[in-house]
Write a protein that binds this ligand. Structure first.
Ligand SMILES: *[C@@H]1O[C@H](CO)[C@@H](O)[C@H](O)[C@H]1NC(C)=O
Ligand SMILES: *[C@@H]1O[C@H](CO)[C@@H](O)[C@H](O)[C@H]1NC(C)=O
Ligand SMILES: *[C@@H]1O[C@H](CO)[C@@H](O)[C@H](O)[C@H]1NC(C)=O
Ligand SMILES: *[C@@H]1O[C@H](CO)[C@@H](O)[C@H](O)[C@H]1NC(C)=O
Ligand SMILES: *[C@@H]1O[C@H](CO)[C@@H](O)[C@H](O)[C@H]1NC(C)=O
Ligand SMILES: *[C@@H]1O[C@H](CO)[C@@H](O)[C@H](O)[C@H]1NC(C)=O
Ligand SMILES: *[C@@H]1O[C@H](CO)[C@@H](O)[C@H](O)[C@H]1NC(C)=O
Ligand SMILES: *[C@@H]1O[C@H](CO)[C@@H](O)[C@H](O)[C@H]1NC(C)=O
Ligand SMILES: *[C@@H]1O[C@H](CO)[C@@H](O)[C@H](O)[C@H]1NC(C)=O
Ligand SMILES: *[C@@H]1O[C@H](CO)[C@@H](O)[C@H](O)[C@H]1NC(C)=O
Ligand SMILES: *[C@@H]1O[C@H](CO)[C@@H](O)[C@H](O)[C@H]1NC(C)=O
Ligand SMILES: *[C@@H]1O[C@H](CO)[C@@H](O)[C@H](O)[C@H]1NC(C)=O
Length: 733
């Protein structure tokens, strides 16, 4: 079933296809959809014209490339249009409305002077001679009294203490801890967390949320998942079946591989301001209120934002197609989506894995439910129109909610589990309206925090989970910290894997936040459990794992026995982190097209495409838009193991990975062995990490090389944290 809005978009695409030579000229005959990689399709030049037919109407009609168009988007759920204030760069958005604040339910009767009592106690705690860690945990216990007795008073006291102790600037304290921004959610966590001795919640909160500048609490050791725990988790079925058939699917009509797009982290910025400061020192760059303090006082932001800076007051001008320190403008997002079919030889991809994060990075006070819904409605409609008939399987990212990063567990008291159901309901409705899910599948989305388990092709099961439940910035995770699965998501995943094992299906796990690498993003307990689940069900059930989040091209190997041995014959699964569409920060926008065997559902190769941000400033002078270029094939770039093969626990004939062998975990594990011998491969990997970004640091020192190999071999946070830190990202410049 299709919504009116989606239909309008589809009609728009028909016009676009007819008017854009790129869509027609590169169309090959159907038979060449087969394997051979076609050089003709190895680059695609986008049109300079905005595909205006994509949306029914616009709030503005900018002259070519002088400003970003602002589509009028209908909120189908509410049957009204989203207001222009969400996207108009010259007006500050209102942010969440006060009705979006969600407090815990008060327990007991509040003592009449509870606020002044708690204020005094906390002041005394901070004046004491205790260590900073003790001060922090003691203050939490005291604050809990207020949160439980009189939750509505929490935001004001948070703002007061934040300002008094200079945790942040006074104006940031006031904006961020306002009730409808973060204040009321903090009241919930203060109320529901267990701060009694013996619980780890306070220590987690002080280490992860408060941070090292105000508390020196160390992170509690990961909870021991002993034999008894794991036996119980797997219902006593710890041993996988001894034989298993991997050929569970059916061949494609043309006998070739499936083409599957892996796309991630679009982060469209609807308030992108062409001509604004792109190298700013305040808030978000490429905005009308952005400035660089070396060149501007910033005083102009006091009045109307339309008095933008110019000339000598600008360090780097925000270009129509985007900049390295900014999220994707509409022009870039749509030209990237338009590149997919041409880059696939003129044929629509068979399906898409989209690993989340569509909403712009912004200050907490500007992230509203309306902004999230506007972004999802407009981008999903665009994806549907641009990619065509292939289904799209989405993971919810940490930026796909309001407030960002937050997901509330089903077990929260007082019905507070439902506070983000507006989001999960909206995604369910959209994914059904776009034609990707039937009604029953959409119902799963509503009841699984936007997660689901579906079978789009014979023998293939896609299980998506909301990975905010292992993201360290989801403050709800500070409740019941010793439970690796307080949300029940990993229970759901495990049960689906058991079913898949019984039915003889192969599974792709899809999520947003990665589980391992340097361990800086995820939490220890859930990812430690996830690693054991992967060990139990790979490789016979789990064929692949797809994540995003870091904006960088990365992979993680999962080994048997919790990674005790990192020999290639111990490798069981691999997760792929797709590079981002957004150029933020300091990476070139990218798309990945995978070639997947249609009976085993294993990736045989992938082709990485990208476009170069440094070319964007000159594009308005030319007659075309961004050029999408070929970057590399995983098999060609990495498949030669001649230097390490003899010593490998999994040697292959001649050292070169056989053409008919999939790029499974063994391939990637052998690559890390080869990297240890040929260190230049780690530098090659680093260039791919940022897609040829001139701002990526090199990785040639022995310390960097071994740290990166260690990250690749670490599929959980506890394992990643054992690696030398500091080399994980290429985004700092
Ligand atoms: C809080 O944690 C302690 C220590 O683990 C435990 O004994 C107690 O039962 C917990 N309280 C609640 C309400 O869960
Ligand atoms: C304790 O925190 C204060 C800030 O509140 C900081 O100035 C001080 O350096 C910290 N002390 C230690 C030992 O970390
Ligand atoms: C925090 O700092 C205090 C004072 O320097 C010290 O006594 C205490 O051991 C530290 N705690 C942790 C967990 O590092
Ligand atoms: C896996 O290894 C990590 C790092 O040593 C450890 O913290 C964790 O407890 C181990 N997990 C299991 C299930 O043994
Ligand atoms: C897919 O894999 C199976 C099993 O290895 C193989 O028999 C088949 O030829 C492969 N399909 C293609 C299109 O290569
Ligand atoms: C601010 O502008 C100066 C001068 O152009 C530049 O060197 C600096 O990198 C800019 N700051 C940022 C954060 O980009
Ligand atoms: C622009 O720069 C000039 C001189 O460098 C300075 O006097 C002026 O205040 C700046 N304008 C703004 C709006 O920052
Ligand atoms: C800001 O600029 C206005 C004029 O545009 C001026 O009247 C005012 O004094 C300036 N404020 C500061 C703090 O510089
Ligand atoms: C990967 O494929 C190779 C070649 O088919 C096979 O020998 C190996 O066991 C596979 N590894 C895994 C983890 O499935
Ligand atoms: C693999 O690398 C070796 C050593 O550099 C080289 O001799 C060989 O030709 C390469 N094989 C392929 C298929 O690229
Ligand atoms: C294989 O390992 C042995 C012993 O560790 C070492 O002496 C030899 O140089 C290695 N050979 C290669 C090709 O890496
Ligand atoms: C990385 O190395 C290349 C080649 O040696 C060099 O051109 C480039 O400037 C280096 N980049 C950085 C950030 O050092």
């Amino acid at each position: 079933m299709k919504s009116i809005a989606s239909l309008a978009v589809l009609l728009g695409l028909a016009q676009l296809a007819a008017s854009s030579p790129a869509f027609v000229a590169r169309r090959n005959d159907a038979s060449s959809a087969a394997e051979a990689f076609n050089k003709e399709t190895s680059a695609y030049t986008a049109s300079s014209a905005f595909p205006t037919s994509m949306f029914a109407s616009y709030y503005n009609t900018p002259a070519s490339m002088t400003a970003e168009p602002r589509p009028v988007v209908t909120d189908v759920g509410r049957n009204s249009v989203f207001p222009d204030i969400l996207a108009n760069p010259t007006i500050l958005p209102l942010g969440p409305s006060s009705s979006e604040a969600v407090y815990p339910v008060a327990t007991g009767t509040a003592s009449p002077d509870i606020v002044s009592q708690v204020r005094q106690e906390i002041t005394d705690i901070f004046a004491s001679s205790s260590s900073n860690c003790t001060k922090c945990t003691d203050a939490l216990k005291t604050a809990q009294k207020l949160a439980q007795q009189s939750p509505q008073d929490v935001p004001a006291l948070l703002i007061e203490l934040c300002t008094k102790y200079k945790f942040k600037s006074a104006s940031t304290c006031a904006k961020q801890y306002a009730p409808q921004v973060l204040g009321s959610v903090y009241a919930q966590v203060l109320s529901y967390a267990n701060f009694s001795s013996g619980s780890t919640d306070a220590q987690y909160m002080c280490n992860v949320v408060v941070g090292s500048s105000f508390s020196n609490c160390s992170l509690p050791k990961p909870r021991l998942l002993d034999e008894a725990y794991l036996d119980d988790w797997f219902h006593g079925k710890r041993t996988p079946p001894s034989s298993y058939n991997l050929n569970v699917g059916e061949p494609t009509a043309n006998g070739g591989n499936l083409r599957v797009l892996h796309m991630s982290d679009i982060h469209v910025d609807p308030r992108f301001f062409v001509g604004g400061e792109a190298a700013c020192t305040n808030g978000r760059c490429c905005r009308a209120d952005a400035y660089n303090s070396t060149l501007s006082s910033g005083n102009f932001t006091q009045g109307t934002l339309s008095r933008a800076l110019s000339g000598a007051n600008i360090s780097e001008s925000a270009t129509y197609w985007g900049n390295f320190q900014c999220d994707a403008p509409w022009s870039l997002a749509l030209s990237t989506l338009g590149a997919v079919t041409p880059l696939n030889g003129g044929h629509e991809v068979d399906m898409t894995i989209h690993t989340g994060d569509m909403v712009v990075h912004d200050l907490a006070q500007y992230i509203s439910q309306d902004l999230v819904k506007y972004t999802h409605q407009s981008l999903y409609d665009s994806i549907r129109a641009m990619l065509g008939k292939g289904p799209v399987f989405n993971a919810i990212g940490n930026h796909d909610s309001a407030p960002s990063d937050f997901a509330s567990q089903g077990a929260l008291p007082d019905g507070r589990s439902d506070q983000l159901s507006w989001d999960w309901d909206n995604l369910a409705r959209l994914w059904e309206a776009e034609g990707w899910f039937d009604h029953d599948e959409a119902e799963q989305v509503r009841s699984h925090y936007a997660g689901y388990s579906v079978t789009p092709r014979k023998g293939l099961r896609i299980v998506a989970i909301n990975t905010d439940f292992w993201y360290k910035n989801n403050i709800f995770n500070m409740i019941h910290t010793s439970n690796p699965d307080y949300s029940g998501s990993l229970r759901f995943l495990t049960d689906e894997l058991f079913h898949a094992e019984q039915r003889g299906e192969r599974v792709w796990i899809v999520g947003h936040v990665l589980t391992g690498w340097d361990g800086s993003n995820p939490l220890d307990n859930p990812t430690n459990l996830f690693y054991q689940i992967v060990d139990r069900f790979a490789p016979h059930v789990i064929a692949h794992i797809f994540f995003g989040h870091t904006h960088e091209d990365q992979f993680n190997i999962f080994y048997a026995n919790n990674g005790t041995s990192r020999a290639a014959d111990q490798a069981k699964a691999v997760s792929f982190m797709a590079p981002s569409v957004t150029p933020g920060n300091n990476v070139n926008p990218a798309l990945r097209i995978m070639h997947v065997n249609a009976t085993t559902y294993e990736v045989m190769d992938y082709h990485q495409f990208y476009t170069q941000v440094p070319t964007f400033p000159d594009l308005p002078e030319s007659s075309h838009g961004p050029v999408y270029e070929y970057l590399y094939s995983a098999r060609q770039a990495y498949g030669n193991f001649t230097s390490s093969n003899a010593n490998s626990t999994h040697p292959v004939d001649g050292g070169v990975w056989p053409q008919d062998a999939p790029l499974n975990a063994t391939f990637w594990a052998k690559l890390t062995e080869e990297m240890a011998v040929r260190k230049e491969l780690v530098q090659q990997f680093t260039v791919f990490q940022g897609r040829n970004s001139p701002r990526s640091p090199n990785c040639t020192s022995d310390e960097c090389v071994s740290a990166k190999i260690c990250y690749m071999q670490s599929g959980s946070a506890p394992l990643g944290k054992q690696c030398k830190q500091g080399y994980g990202s290429v985004q700092s410049s």
